[in-house]
Design a protein around this ligand. Structure first.
Ligand code: DAH
Length: 346
């Protein structure tokens, strides 16, 4: 049996080494090592050997198998390399042709704009702050100079969490704006302060093309000594000009928000008609952009900052609205629809 094995080994190895293609190699494997292959059958015969022969021949058979496996692997590698070399030198094979494209996702348009906002304010020295989407009535209203009985509470239809949470902080609410982060940040970091707070906010509202119950805002706040609205005008003009990549002007109009005094509304020159007047800006040359103002002394005090030493301003704009302006989107509901036909355009 040993000599039979030896002969077979020699034959198999010789055949493997003269195999010219991977297919030939595969056939040799089936012929000898397959379920009914010659070597397989011979190895099955080992069990009929006598007790003395079995360990000796068994060991030898094992060595034969290892030899053959090694030769197989070696030849397979050689053939593979030859194949590759052939393919590369073959005139029909264009190595410069682009390969299969991977499907790549991309950022949602809202977050593309959010990233730009964060980058530009970051360049101007503002820290980016993250906040809670559910906060207390105290931070969402009271600390911002909006007492319980104040009619300004009606300006923002609120989702309340049912159970009372705390004597002082009252109920929890889904924040109606990013403004709760004003007092929270003053408490945490003190003055001077320069922050922006991008985040989701919630209003109990019926949805239509320009309203959604969930949308995104960006709050901004700057507190330091000798601060005035002139700084706000400078910062916002620079921010919008960098964001849109062309000169943008801003103007102030009086506005009312309980947490600022004086309060203003900030408009920007119409992006579509360069302030000449068109349908989108209703022929005024201006587009409404955000609320802002000098931080009310009560709000500074709530944040533990002395209004006799520090002043500041704050603003809040809709990131959702900004995104719609930037990409000319006319229905807010598309943004959170998860509709890929819509999203893949950005
Ligand atoms: N929180 C206001 C809103 O959601 C926007 C706002 C107005 C924020 C004036 C401010 C501000 O910081 O000073 O309608």
């Amino acid at each position: 049996m040993k000599s039979l094995l030896e002969q077979l080994r020699a034959r198999i190895i010789q055949e493997i080494e003269s195999a010219k293609t991977q297919d030939e190699l595969k056939n040799i494997e089936i012929k000898y090592l397959g379920r009914n292959g010659e070597l397989t059958i011979m190895l099955k015969g080992l069990k009929d050997l006598s007790a003395e022969e079995k360990p000796v021949i068994g060991k030898f058979a094992n060595e034969v198998k290892i030899d053959i496996d090694k030769t197989f692997k070696g030849r397979a590698e050689v053939l593979e390399e030859e194949n590759l070399a052939k393919a590369c030198s073959n005139d029909d094979f264009d190595t410069t042709m682009p390969g299969t494209k991977f499907k790549m996702g991309h950022l949602h348009p809202l977050f593309q704009v959010q990233r730009d906002v964060e980058r530009i304010f970051g360049q101007m020295g503002f820290a980016v702050i993250d906040g809670l989407e559910m906060d207390s009535e105290y931070y969402n209203f009271e600390s911002l100079n909006i007492p319980e009985t104040h009619p300004a509470r009606d300006m923002q239809d609120t989702f309340f969490i049912k159970d009372k949470y705390h004597d002082f902080h009252k109920r929890m609410v889904m924040r109606t704006h990013t403004s709760p982060l004003q007092v929270r940040s003053m408490e945490k970091y003190g003055a001077p302060l320069r922050i922006i707070v991008p985040g989701r906010v919630f209003r109990y509202e019926a949805t239509d093309a320009s309203h959604d119950a969930t949308f995104n805002q960006v709050e901004g706040m700057l507190i330091d000594k000798n601060i005035s609205l002139a700084h706000l005008k400078g910062v916002m003009t620079e921010f919008l000009t960098r964001l849109f990549g062309k000169p943008v002007k801003v103007r102030f109009r009086p506005g009312y928000f309980p947490f600022v005094e004086p309060g203003i509304e900030l408009d920007l020159s119409c992006l579509l008609c360069d302030a000449k007047g068109c349908r989108v800006c209703k022929h005024t040359g201006w587009m409404e952009f955000m609320g802002a103002g000098m931080t009310h002394p009560n709000v500074l005090r709530a944040g533990g900052i002395d209004p006799n030493i520090y002043q500041g301003w704050a603003f809040g704009f809709g990131l959702t609205r900004l995104t719609m302006m930037k990409y000319n989107i006319d229905d807010i509901r598309l943004l959170m629809s998860g509709n890929l036909k819509f999203l893949n355009q950005f």
